[in-house]
Ligand binder design. Structure first.
Ligand code: NDP
Length: 280
């Protein structure tokens, strides 16, 4: 029987735990505050930003919302980040991506103080993850580790194959699986014999950005499959990078899309906001 890893239920559990932690911190006089900046009004970004604000409200984190015009200059945005970096009452700063083309994303992400970088994208936090020091970890891969652990999937000693080497998913995922003592292989568009390499995996993490590309030919019988992809198919329904109907019957556990990895990303963002107290 294939187990469906329920990201909605696991993320709800994490948010409940965080809510308790935040109310304890409040009793000690510690309030947590997240500043969320959105430039422009891309509808998908607005949905993500609203979901983040709602999660803050549920957990008891104060959120400050900055909605800037599409034509806001890079200088103006940098100025705002510097102000928020200096404010003692702001624990986390999040700039919703993507940014308009005239703004250098890299420059903006590097301007956020590493101790307020709750997305975990600053080079200092990426470096900390690589050498096993304390820091913020990118939310999607951190959420995948929680999905695996809370579903009782053992990572230690397992063959873990990741498809994709992006800075926000593939690479931090590799570091986290390594930290959990998995044997890690990272594949990408130049990998030879991708199917063969993937079929070695006990745990296959797919972050390729291609709708339903991964079929059962890529999957070993009994493997655990984590699908990071999010796409809309021809009927405007959400689907992942994995062809779920084809793959689910042969694996031991799989994450659905929607309801798998997606909800975990916000839960881990909230986790990072709460952890910020420790780092600051
Ligand atoms: P990127 O486009 O940044 O990276 C895709 C990776 O896949 C690259 O490393 C690329 O290789 C590799 N790749 C592309 N085509 C192939 C191929 N044919 N064979 C092997 N490797 C290939 O994507 P992201 O990591 O940002 O995101 C991946 C997916 O996850 C997307 O669908 C995205 O929407 C989703 N996502 C979901 C999140 C969530 O909360 N659930 C959060 C973040 C992302 P190369 O480096 O060689 O180009």
């Amino acid at each position: 029987m294939t187990r469906i890893i329920d990201g909605k239920a696991i993320s709800a559990q994490i948010k409940e735990e965080l809510k308790v932690r935040v109310s304890e911190l409040k009793k000690e006089g510690k309030d947590i505050c997240l500043a969320v900046i959105q430039v422009g009004s891309d509808p998908a970004s607005s949905v993500y930003v609203n979901n983040k604000k709602r999660a803050c409200e549920f957990i008891g984190i104060r959120s400050l919302s900055y909605e800037l015009e599409e034509n806001t200059s890079e200088e103006k945005l940098l100025e705002m980040i510097h102000e928020l970096n200096d404010r003692a009452d702001v624990n986390g700063i999040l700039v919703q991506l993507p940014l308009p083309e005239h703004i250098n994303e890299d420059k903006i992400l590097k301007a956020i103080h590493p101790k307020k970088d709750v997305d975990g994208f600053h080079p200092q936090n990426v470096g900390a993850l690589c050498i096993g020091e304390l820091g913020f970890v990118s939310c999607t891969p951190a959420g995948i580790i929680q999905l695996l652990k809370r579903s009782g999937v053992e990572i230690e000693g397992k063959e873990c194959v990741i498809i994709g080497r992006s800075n926000i998913v593939g690479k931090p995922m590799a570091m986290l699986l390594l930290r959990e003592n998995g044997t890690v292989t990272v594949t990408h568009s130049r990998t030879r014999n991708l199917k063969e390499v993937c079929r070695r995996a006990d745990i296959l993490v797919v972050a390729i950005g291609k709708p339903k590309m991964i079929t059962k030919e890529y999957v070993k019988e009994g493997a655990v499959v984590i699908d990071v992809g999010i796409h809309r198919n021809e009927n405007n329904k959400l689907c992942g990078d994995v062809d779920y109907d084809d793959v689910a019957p042969i694996c031991s556990a799989i994450t659905p899309v929607p309801g798998g990895v997606g909800p975990m990303t916000i839960a881990m963002l909230m986790h990072n906001c709460v952890e910020s107290i420790k780092l600051q």
